[in-house]
Design a protein around this ligand. Structure first.
Ligand SMILES: Cc1ncc(C[n+]2csc(CCOP(=O)(O)OP(=O)(O)O)c2C)c(N)n1
Ligand SMILES: [Mg+2]
Length: 549
């Protein structure tokens, strides 16, 4: 067996069952070896698409994903998607062939690139292939997760794999952390009258366990439940769930979070998005943070109680300790009145607004609410970046944390469509809904060919304002010329049909009958909805975004 074959076989043995990519000479053999070992290869049109597909697949399936690209330009084409994955700590291995001679046209400084984007790096050697692959996989899946570039030097790939296969002792087990000191948090939980839990991306690594332990602890101490946008859906269906804290928070969530006397962040760093630049947390509120990584503690704001530990274990230990102490406590603010308020005011669709639909354009709120009514509850919602992004994030319900894929760690537009394709591959039994802007859509439109070829149950909703709306709303009020950020109207439904997808244009609520028909028809062909949206209003979440630049 040569090195390329051994790498593929070894990755499959570590649980890689899907590999996304574009095949060239440098990754031909390793990709085929993965397929021969049982993995499914999903070919993309462009490496940038493949990277986001692998990222979306890993996020939604909770499994280790692989990306396979050609050396040099294959790697650089994929970079933006890899950066998003790396910043989000997506467990992903990038199979990156490496031209080792600087005289090769394909040469790039691969370790330098990995270092520059915050990805892990490992180079396979012929005499220790299985151990190198095991180490890359271990780094990818352990702790908070990591995106790892696995360099496959071209001259090494063809050599015989010198090591017996599989390597003895290869294991995924990470170091067992010491039980953290939880006394201060238990005391704060026992004393609090209006606690709020905010769960973040760290809680989505093991969402079922995190939900179970956090809701049990919240019930014991009368806490309300919120999430950062990255963990939207984690507590779906719980009567004390306030949905997202931050830019997308409902007025009721804002009121209650600001009224908390204790906020506990579980796997959330309480960044500027989650706290509206700190304004959501009132002065005098005790703030606690639980995180697997010591470096994350207090990174965005000072915290009164910092605990480095696995949040499921910490929550369980806190609940045990509160039970042991036998403290009988008042329900805090878990009263029937507040429960009724959360039921009636806790979702954006119950907040009144003036419907601006007219003159051939639909109000994006009306569009989103109508879609929420129309689409099956079992859905995966994937969001691209742009001015539009709050509408689907706020108005589309999701069934659980895996039902929401928010690729915003790098704030890139153009990743949403491919992330959605990966999500749909991960959960084909659920309808996947990609919500994108027209700018982001056109940036990634080439992957419609992949969506059509795979016959995915995928609804692509384009919030089409014929502009880079984010820039229009940011610069327009200052009187700047906007020619560089507005486009002529484009018939996106016709473009979709050209790729072999279904396509329809929506200008009014009634036009959504085409979506209902597509849903009823079994939807084995993706549908692109070109929703010509009203764009007269800037979004408040966008203003938050520009404050963070
Ligand atoms: C790759 C990339 N290029 C440019 C930007 C800057 N940018 C942020 S939002 C935006 C406009 C996006 O337009 P569209 O997808 O139509 O969404 P809209 O803002 O109109 O709702 C741009 C260009 C970015 N974030 N990422
Ligand atoms: Mg736009």
């Amino acid at each position: 067996m040569n090195v390329a074959e051994a790498v593929g076989k070894s990755l499959a043995a570590h649980g890689v069952d899907h590999v996304f990519g574009v095949v060239g000479s440098g990754n031909f053999h390793v990709t085929n070896a993965l397929i021969a070992a049982g993995a499914r290869f999903v070919p993309a049109a462009h490496e940038g698409g493949a990277a986001s597909m692998a990222d979306g697949y890993a996020r939604v399936s909770g499994r280790l994903a692989a990306l396979s690209v050609h050396q040099g330009p294959g790697v650089t084409n994929a970079l933006t998607g890899i950066v998003e994955a790396a910043k989000s700590r997506t467990p992903m291995v990038v199979l990156a062939p490496e031209a080792t001679s600087a005289r090769s046209n394909f040469f790039i400084d691969l370790p330098g690139i990995a270092a520059a984007i915050g990805a892990g790096f490992r180079r396979v050697a012929a005499d220790r292939v299985a151990a190198d692959v095991a180490e890359a996989c271990r780094c990818a899946v352990s702790g908070a997760g990591q995106t790892v570039v696995l360099a496959l030097p071209l001259d090494v790939q063809a050599q015989p794999a010198g090591e017996p296969w599989p390597a003895p002792g290869a294991s995924h087990a990470g170091a067992v952390p010491r039980a953290p000191e939880i006394g201060a948090l238990v005391a704060a939980l026992a004393a609090a009258r209006r606690p709020v839990f905010i769960a973040g991306r760290g809680a989505t690594r093991a969402p079922a366990q995190a939900r179970a332990q956090l809701t049990a602890l919240a019930e014991r101490c009368g806490a309300l439940l919120a999430v950062s946008a990255a963990a939207k859906g984690l507590f779906a269906g719980d009567p004390w769930y306030l949905d997202v804290s931050g830019g997308f928070a409902t007025p009721l969530a804002v009121e209650l979070i600001a009224g908390a006397d204790l906020i506990v962040a579980w796997g959330s760093t309480l960044n500027m998005w989650t706290t509206r630049h700190g304004r959501l947390i009132s002065p005098g509120t005790t703030v606690a943070q639980v995180d697997l990584e010591a470096s994350a503690l207090g990174i965005n704001r000072p915290v009164d109680i910092a605990i480095c530990g696995e949040l499921v274990e910490v929550a369980r230990a806190c609940a045990d300790e509160l039970a042991r102490s036998g403290a009988v406590r008042a329900p805090g603010w878990r009263t029937p009145e507040l429960r009724a308020r959360i039921a009636s005011e806790g979702r954006w669709r119950s907040v009144r607004y003036t419907d601006l639909t007219g003159a051939g354009r639909i109000d994006p709120r009306t569009l989103s609410i109508a879609l929420d009514d129309l689409l099956p509850a079992e859905r995966t919602v994937v969001i691209d970046s742009g001015n539009f992004m709050g509408y689907p994030s706020m108005f589309l319900n999701v069934p659980d944390a895996a039902g929401f894929c928010f690729t915003q760690a790098y704030q890139s537009i153009g990743l949403g469509l491919s992330s959605a394709i990966g999500a749909a591959v991960a959960r084909p039994e659920r309808l996947t809904v990609a919500a994108v802007g027209d700018g982001g859509f056109l940036m990634s439109v080439t992957e419609l060919t992949t969506a059509a070829r795979l016959g995915l149950p995928l609804l692509i909703v384009v919030y089409d304002d014929a502009a880079y709306g984010a820039e229009v709303h940011h610069f327009g009020p200052h009187g700047h010329a906007l020619d560089t950020v507005t486009f002529p109207d484009t018939d996106l439904a016709a473009i979709a049909q050209g790729f072999g997808c279904a396509g329809t244009t929506v200008r009014t609520r009634d036009d959504l009958a085409a979506v209902a028909g597509w849903l009823a028809g079994g939807h084995d062909q993706p549908l692109v909805v070109d929703a010509k949206v009203v764009s007269s209003q800037p979004s408040w979440w966008l203003e938050e975004a520009f404050r963070g630049h």
